[in-house]
Design a protein around this ligand. Sequence first.
Ligand SMILES: *[C@@H]1O[C@H](CO)[C@@H](O)[C@H](O)[C@H]1NC(C)=O
Ligand SMILES: *[C@@H]1O[C@H](CO)[C@@H](O)[C@H](O)[C@H]1NC(C)=O
Ligand SMILES: *[C@@H]1O[C@H](CO)[C@@H](O)[C@H](O)[C@H]1NC(C)=O
Ligand SMILES: *[C@@H]1O[C@H](CO)[C@@H](O)[C@H](O)[C@H]1NC(C)=O
Ligand SMILES: *[C@@H]1O[C@H](CO)[C@@H](O)[C@H](O)[C@H]1NC(C)=O
Ligand SMILES: *[C@@H]1O[C@H](CO)[C@@H](O)[C@H](O)[C@H]1NC(C)=O
Length: 335
Amino acid sequence: MISKTLQTVLLLGLVLSLHIRNSSLSGKLPISLKNCTKLITLDVAENELVGSIPAWIGKRFSSMVVLNMRANKFHGRIPRELCNLASLQILDLAHNRLSWSIPTCFNKLSAMATRNDSLGKIYLDSASSTFDNVLLVMKGKVVEYSTILKFVRSIDLSSNALCGEIPEEVTRLSELQSLNLSQNSLTGRIPEGIGALRYLESMDFSVNQLSGEIPQSMSDLTFLSHLNLSDNRLRGRIPSGTQLQSFGPSSFSGNELCGPPLSKNCSVDNKFHVEHEREEDGNGLGGRWFYVSMVLGFIVGFWGVVGPLMFNRRWRYVYYHFLDRLRDQIWWRFM
Ligand SMILES: *[C@@H]1O[C@H](CO)[C@@H](O)[C@H](O)[C@H]1NC(C)=O
Ligand SMILES: *[C@@H]1O[C@H](CO)[C@@H](O)[C@H](O)[C@H]1NC(C)=O
Ligand SMILES: *[C@@H]1O[C@H](CO)[C@@H](O)[C@H](O)[C@H]1NC(C)=O
Ligand SMILES: *[C@@H]1O[C@H](CO)[C@@H](O)[C@H](O)[C@H]1NC(C)=O
Ligand SMILES: *[C@@H]1O[C@H](CO)[C@@H](O)[C@H](O)[C@H]1NC(C)=O
Ligand SMILES: *[C@@H]1O[C@H](CO)[C@@H](O)[C@H](O)[C@H]1NC(C)=O
C-alpha cells in the first residue's frame, strides 16, 4: 500500500519523478497518479503490482521520458495509448505477465524514432536531479544511467507472454540502442527492415518462436555489439558480411541456421530442404499431388508395360531389361 504522505503528494500532482523500486508495493497502480501530469519518470520496478497497464498512462503523461514497470505482475495487453508518449526514451515492461501482441503503433514513439536533442534536453534540464537513480538493463547488465540518459533509448519487453509477430513499425525506431524481446512467444519472421535500426547496440530476441531466415539487412547494424537469436526456429544461411560473423556461435544456437560463425555448412542438402519446405508452405498440395501423380503413373506404367508383355515374347525381354534399369534409378533417387 502507498503511504498517506505519498498519496497527498500525488494528489497535489507536483511529482516530476517517482521511484518506488523494490518496495513490496502491492495492489493496482494508484489512480491518484493520474493527477501527476508533469511526471517525467515513473519507476515502480520490482514490486507486486497487479492488474493491467492503465491506458491513462499514455494519455496523461505527455512529458514522460522513462517508464519502468519491470518485474511486477501486470497482465493483459500493452495498451496502444502508450504510443502517445512521444518523449519516451526508456520503456521497460520486462518480467510481467503481459500477453497479446506488440502494438503496431510503436513508430509513434517519436523520441525513439527521430533524433531531436532539443526535445529530451528540455525535460532533462528542467529536472536534472530526477534522473539520479535510473537503472537500466543493457547488454545483460544493470547499469545506472544518470548523466548520459538523454542519449539512451531502450525498449525491454522480455520475459512476458507476448505473441504474434514483431511489428514492422518497430523498425522505424531508428534511434533505439537496445531492444530486448527475449523469452516471449513471438512468431513469424524478423522484420525485413530491421537494418534500419542503425544505432542498435544490443538485440535480444532469444527464446521465442521466430521463423524464416535472418533478413540480409541485419548485417547493416554496424553498432551491434550484443546479439542473441538463440532458441527460435530460424533457418537458412546467416547473412554474410563482417557484422554477424563477429558474434560467437551461441548467439545463433538452437535454430536451424548454417554458415559462419556456425560450424554447420550450408550444403546442397540444406538448400533442397529449404526450397522443398517453401513449396509446401505455398499451397499445402505439393505433397498430395505428388502421390496422386505417382499412383496415376503407376497405373499407366503398369498396363503400358505388362499389357504388351502378355502378347509379345520379344518385347518381354526388352521390357524386363528396361525395368531393371528403371528400378535401379528409382532406388538410387528415393532411398
Ligand atoms: C529488494 O529489497 C530486498 C530487501 O528489501 C533486498 O533483499 C533485495 O536484494 C532487493 N532486490 C533488488 C533487486 O534490489
Ligand atoms: C486530481 O486533483 C483534483 C484536485 O485538483 C482532485 O479533485 C481529484 O480528485 C484528483 N484526481 C485523482 C484521480 O486523484
Ligand atoms: C523537436 O522538439 C522541439 C521541442 O518540442 C520541437 O519544437 C521541434 O519541432 C522538434 N523537431 C522535430 C524535427 O521533431
Ligand atoms: C534480455 O532479457 C532477458 C530476460 O529478462 C535477460 O535474461 C537478458 O539478459 C536480456 N538481454 C540483454 C541483452 O540485456
Ligand atoms: C542467449 O539467450 C539465452 C537464453 O535467454 C542464454 O541462455 C544465452 O546465454 C544467451 N547467449 C548470449 C550469447 O548472450
Ligand atoms: C565446409 O565446406 C568447406 C569448403 O566449402 C570444407 O572445406 C569444410 O570441410 C566443410 N566443413 C564441414 C564441417 O563439412
